[in-house]
Design a protein around this ligand. Structure first.
Ligand code: ADP
Ligand code: ADP
Length: 228
């Protein structure tokens, strides 16, 4: 669970990017942050990832302030998926998926088993894909790898910043459905950023609607629809 209480973020140039943001993202749910460009979605994600510090307010993971977590523990707890995937082109799919477990010095057999398990989880046969390179995969397949890479070391939290927005509409809907199915199995705390309301309605358990640095609505998709 992630809880933000009374969070303000003023950038160095004086720009107020977030004003009094309160947000609750529950374990086992997909919480979608939605709003127009510049409303503060990325700022919110960077705060949770502790790439930047809040000017005021508190951010807690499982009831504990992220300030009290050391940076290594925070990295272990949070997986991050970005828009342009960011796979390493000169590394095989297996090596890409294994980046974090390798950094954490897992034993080789454990890493290999985990890679195969994750590939199977997104219906990509390990024997077929393990030794391929990213350029040999479709956009949708690459993005699946981006998702399972973020999950490799079993983080509690997965932050996804417009992960599917570069995909064609059909691959995109496929991945949305897969994410829902995956989440039913893994039950993480997922925060998903998009500016596409159709995507939000399709995948969200909770929608957080932002505007000009503030949360203007927070609720189940049908509640957001009823009170636009
Ligand atoms: P979104 O992700 O919703 O598009 P951002 O969180 O990236 O919005 O940005 C929110 C606002 O804060 C924007 O107006 C942006 O220009 C501003 N902003 C973001 N980063 C900085 C920064 N480092 N310094 C000053 N202003 C920033
Ligand atoms: P995003 O795709 O997340 O909306 P942006 O293009 O808004 O990204 O920002 C890219 C980077 O530039 C971010 O690290 C952000 O913090 C920084 N940034 C954005 N707006 C400003 C700004 N007005 N002043 C300084 N840095 C900014």
């Amino acid at each position: 669970m992630i809880q933000m209480s009374g969070v303000h973020k003023v950038y160095d140039d004086g720009f107020k990017a977030l004003t009094n943001v309160n947000l609750l993202a529950k374990k086992g749910e997909i919480t979608v942050l939605i709003g127009p460009s510049g409303c503060g979605k990325s700022t919110t994600m960077k705060l949770i990832n502790r790439l930047i510090e809040p000017t005021d307010g508190s951010i807690q993971i499982e009831g504990k302030s992220i300030r009290e977590l050391n940076p290594v523990d925070l990295r272990r707890k949070i997986g991050y998926v970005i828009q342009n995937i960011g796979l390493f082109p000169h590394m095989t799919i297996a090596k890409n998926v294994a980046v974090v477990p390798t950094l954490l010095k897992w034993e080789k057999p454990r890493i290999e088993a985990r890679v195969d398990e994750l590939l199977s989880l997104v219906n990509m046969s390990p024997d077929v894909f393990r030794d391929r390179y990213p350029s040999e995969l479709s956009g949708g397949q690459q993005q699946r790898i981006g998702v399972i890479r973020a999950m490799a070391a079993d983080p509690d939290i997965i932050l996804m910043d417009e992960p599917f927005s570069a995909l064609d509409p059909i691959s995109r809907e496929q991945l949305q459905d897969e994410l829902i199915r995956l989440q039913q199995e893994v039950k993480k705390t997922i925060i998903f950023v998009t500016h596409d309301m159709d995507e939000a309605i399709r995948i969200a358990d909770t929608i957080v609607l932002m505007k000009e640095g503030q949360v203007v609505q927070q609720g189940k998709p049908e509640q957001i629809l009823r009170h636009p």
